[in-house]
Design a binder for this molecule. Structure first.
Ligand code: SAH
Length: 252
């Protein structure tokens, strides 16, 4: 059994209890060294073999994991955040299926959740947005044309952009072209959310590029956009005294 484990967004104590236990039991750990906090390796037992996948190809990762699993070793493949987002786990799982190796997946705290915590924000505010669009700019990895940023931006929803800090001028142009956001729409850059050197920069779409440039943010950051960063919203129905729910009668 190979365990794909979400490492969480940065802070070593944000991994799940299950993930930490599996790290402690592992004979072999392959971790994404470009983004996983190396402090997480402190959970590993003495003598555990550790590989940094940042320097490896898919084939090399598989060549470590498959023989180890077949030899009866406990193997953890440690991915940053939650493995379901931009984690390239599907291709590994398909190769394991083909090799007859079983695996499971342990979720983690994605960086978009870490960023919301850093911002002390709620992405889904009544009367502001009830939708979070998670996307990225097309870079060396293309984005399907029907998901172009301009079209997604036309909803004016909360948006979280991964992997896009190097492409801000074009990103802002596309977001504005969607017609729902303006140069005054609030935005924030969250650098290394939940890491010890986390930084939060609040700005607007109009000042996003300058904010990133002046603060030297070029990678390991998320861009968040939308009215959820503003001051106006409606209070919830769920906790409204005048609203009856399954668990509580209205009191007025
Ligand atoms: N699976 C990961 C995302 C991997 S893609 C997750 O769930 O978070 C890598 C991109 O995620 C980075 O380029 C950056 O945009 C974002 N990212 C990862 N960790 C981050 C962090 N701690 N703070 C801000 N952005 C982060």
């Amino acid at each position: 059994m190979i365990h794909f484990v979400g490492a969480g967004s940065g802070a070593a104590d944000l991994i799940t209890v299950r993930g930490a236990r599996l790290l402690g039991e592992a004979d072999v750990i392959v971790y994404a060294g470009s983004l996983v906090n190396p402090q997480l390796l402190d959970y590993a037992k003495a003598g555990c073999a550790v590989y940094d996948s940042a320097k490896m190809t898919l084939e090399e990762v598989l060549a470590v994991m498959i023989p180890a699993e077949k030899a009866g070793k406990a193997v953890v493949r440690l991915h940053t955040g939650d493995p379901c987002l931009y984690g390239a786990i599907r291709e590994q799982m398909d190769a394991l299926d083909a090799a007859g190796v079983s695996y499971d997946v342990v979720p983690g705290v994605s960086s978009f959740c870490g960023a919301a915590a850093a911002l002390k924000a709620e992405y889904t505010l009544p009367d502001v947005s009830q939708t979070v669009i998670i996307t990225r700019m097309a870079g060396r990895t293309p984005v399907p044309e029907r998901e172009n940023l301009r079209a997604l931006a036309s909803h004016g929803s909360t948006m979280v952009l991964f992997l896009s800090t190097g492409l801000i001028p074009k990103l802002v142009e596309e977001l504005l072209a969607g017609g729902a956001y303006t140069a005054d729409t609030p935005a924030a850059l969250v650098y290394k959310a939940t890491w010890p050197d986390e930084k939060v920069f609040r700005c607007t779409l109009g000042t996003l590029e300058q904010t990133a440039r002046e603060n030297g943010v070029t990678k390991t950051a998320l861009i968040t956009v939308g009215g959820f960063l503003g001051t106006d919203y409606a209070r919830s129905k769920l906790y409204d005294p005048g609203f009856t729910t399954e668990f509580r009668e209205a009191t007025r």
